[in-house]
Design a protein around this ligand. Structure first.
Ligand code: C2E
Ligand code: MG
Ligand code: MG
Ligand code: MG
Length: 280
């Protein structure tokens, strides 16, 4: 940067920064209110058994119903929630809501809940999960917890012990977004996962890139050897689904089977969950 331009640059930079900071503070305040005022919603997206085509369960995905901005997707507030610590009450809300909703579904359906690495640092997370199960009456065998590799990078030993504790009560563990992070294969042997979820970026290229097929088939082989199952996320077309079945993937999730929907719009055995609940 030239010396003469320097001063103005800094001024502009300062202004841009304070505007960004202000927007961030507003959003943070709004998010705090949203949690208190129950403006968060949990939507559900089904995942299927690839070999039978039967629905196996639903993944819980949070949304923020903002009074002015409308429905905000998680990509726009999870990072902020993590930075501010708001992910802790937010995560507990999602977990409790998901367990309570799933307890009313047919008992062969699972519910998968995403947990943030920040939640793993909370000393009482195990008690929080147990309380959500107890209060909802949901059997632990029907709860699956999805975590990303970033959880394994830090506090490896503590998190390993914690994961074993979850498994000991029957909760299933899935490694989410596999293939996007460091994806060290040693994580797969070192941590007690039941399931690997292959990131949608690999599925997106499946039809055009033979290399993606090779990667998926290696993951399937590896998972089998380690006694884990494999989910393909982001399945959008019948062609992708056929290829994934041929590659031996166990579960499939994506727009082909349905978008994430509010609880009263998901279909359980042909009837909407909300109407069943209302009738009960
Ligand atoms: P994720 O856990 O990997 O969830 C899958 C994402 O892929 C969801 O985005 C889902 O709507 C989207 N998706 C599903 N099928 C398709 C498809 O066929 N094509 C495409 N293009 N996308 C598909 P969503 O709901 O926007 O969530 C984004 C991420 O936000 C999630 O990724 C998860 O990492 C995070 N997230 C969502 N809810 C929670 C939560 O309650 N707690 C935490 N910690 N993170 C959450
Ligand atoms: Mg997930
Ligand atoms: Mg994922
Ligand atoms: Mg993802």
């Amino acid at each position: 940067r030239s010396k003469s331009a320097g001063r103005n640059c800094f001024t502009i930079y300062d202004e841009a920064m304070s505007a960004e900071l202000e927007a961030r503070n507003t959003l943070e305040g709004d998010l705090r209110d949203a949690i208190a005022r129950c403006q968060l919603e949990v939507h559900y997206q089904s995942f299927m058994d690839a070999s039978t085509g039967a629905r196996r369960g639903f993944e819980a995905l949070v949304r923020w119903r903002h009074p002015v901005r409308g429905l905000i997707p998680p990509d726009q507030f999870i990072a902020l929630a993590e930075e501010t610590g708001l992910i802790v009450p937010l995560g507990e809300f999602v977990l409790r809501r998901a367990c309570a909703d799933a307890a009313a579904w047919p008992s062969d359906l699972m519910v998968a809940v995403n947990l943030s690495p920040i939640q793993f640092k909370e000393a009482d997370l195990f008690e929080v999960i147990c309380a959500a199960l107890r209060d909802s009456g949901l059997s632990p065998q029907r709860l699956e917890i999805e975590i990303t590799e970033s959880v394994l990078l830090e506090r490896g030993t503590e998190n390993h012990a914690f994961m074993e504790r979850l498994k000991s009560i029957g909760i299933e563990l899935a490694l989410d977004d596999f293939g996007t992070g460091y994806s060290s294969l040693s994580y797969l042997t070192a941590f007690p996962f039941d399931k690997i979820k292959i990131d949608k970026s690999f599925i997106r290229n499946l039809t055009h890139q033979p290399r993606s097929s090779a990667i998926i088939s290696s993951i399937v082989t590896l998972a089998r050897g380690l006694d884990m199952s494999v989910t393909a996320e982001g399945v959008e077309t019948q062609d992708e689904f056929e290829r994934l079945k041929a590659l031996g993937v166990n579960f499939a999730q994506g727009y082909l089977f349905g978008r994430p929907l509010p609880i009263d719009r998901i279909e359980l055995d042909g009837s909407a969950a909300g109407s069943q609940r209302d009738a009960a």
